[in-house]
Design a protein around this ligand. Structure first.
Ligand SMILES: C[S@@+](CC[C@H](N)C(=O)[O-])C[C@H]1O[C@@H](n2cnc3c(N)ncnc32)[C@H](O)[C@@H]1O
Length: 305
């Protein structure tokens, strides 16, 4: 029965991806409703702070070391249930070779604010604004994270950022851009709000063949690639580690008929997205980019694959 349910949901996902998702209005409408629904009751699951696939090191020794370092961090509201997902932000921050001291940060697609909170509490930034399309995610974030003085949240659209030109030092964007109907409009907004020399820390998944298109859009909008890492193996390691916890969360949060789609959506082992990572059809990219001044030449890409 569960197998039939999953098969039927696969057909729904196929129709969604081929017919509905290319329609810009529908795509935005759908994701806003979807995330509002997931955060419909802000009083439950307050440690449900993240909505990403997580990050783990592939080698056992490296993983032990990395997790040991993570556990030394300030982690109020963090639990074994959200550790792997918090670790994606930890990885992004620790692998950033720039400086966070005194910097103004934003995250576009901040979800339930766990990443914004983690960074604000552990790195010497001056301010952090989380921006999200979902009213419910922003309501939840404003409530739960209100005691962190340098952290604030506002509702907003990635394609029309509610910020002044050249006002931000570092933009984060974590596993959110696949929801945007016009990726290039988002990237032009990132470039507009960044100060010259400011950084863009970006990670998300895409079909393998879309990598070249991403690079073209970055270049066209004056963003220079400083580093590129394919973190698909780390995402798979995290999903391997976390699948049981994800299933338990799904069972607590959603009605039974939704279990198969929720499992696909949250990348549970053996389901569509997980298998596409495994087969190499989907890649999970991590880029660090810098906003160039108009005169600066492009530096070569540092590629770690
Ligand atoms: C998979 S969740 C990731 C959330 C968070 N970055 C994390 O890792 O926990 C994607 C988020 O992107 C937000 N989002 C989707 N479309 C958006 C848009 N056009 N503008 C801003 N946020 C958007 C969703 O509401 C959701 O909170």
């Amino acid at each position: 029965m569960a197998k039939i349910g999953e098969f039927l949901w696969r057909i729904v996902v196929f129709i969604f991806e081929i017919i509905l998702s290319p329609l810009p209005f529908f795509k935005k409408f759908f994701w806003k409703r979807w995330y509002n629904w997931l955060s419909r009751d802000k009083t439950i699951e307050v440690d449900f702070l993240f909505m990403n696939y997580g990050h783990h090191e592939v080698s056992e020794n490296k993983e032990k070391l990395r997790n040991g370092e993570y556990l030394k961090k300030e982690r109020s509201f963090y639990s074994p249930d959200n550790e792997t997902m918090a670790r994606l932000y930890f990885y992004l921050c620790e692998s950033f070779s720039g400086n966070f001291r005194g910097k103004s940060l934003i995250e576009v697609g901040s979800g339930r604010g766990g990443g914004a909170r983690f960074i604000s509490q552990n790195y010497p930034i001056s301010s952090f604004i989380g921006i999200d399309l979902s009213t419910k995610n922003i309501d939840f974030s404003k409530d739960l994270h209100k005691n962190i003085p340098q952290l604030s949240f506002m509702e907003g659209d990635a394609e029309k950022l509610p910020l002044a030109e050249g006002s931000v030092d570092i933009v984060f964007n974590v596993e959110s851009s696949h929801c945007y109907p016009r990726f290039e409009t988002f990237i032009s907004e990132v470039s507009r709000v960044l100060k010259t020399g400011g950084h863009f820390i970006f990670c998300d998944f895409r079909p393998k063949e879309e990598r070249e298109g991403l690079l073209k859009v970055f270049k066209k909008n004056g963003l220079e690639v400083l580093s590129e890492v394919d973190i698909t193996p780390n995402i798979l390691a995290a999903l391997d580690f976390d699948s049981e916890k994800r299933i338990a969360l799904i069972k607590r949060l959603t009605p039974k008929f939704m279990y198969p789609i929720m499992k696909i959506f949250s990348g549970v082992k053996g389901t569509l997205v997980y298998e596409n990572f495994k087969k190499g059809k989907l890649d999970y990219f991590h880029f660090v980019l810098a906003k160039k001044s108009k005169e600066e030449p492009t530096r070569p890409i540092e590629e770690k694959r």
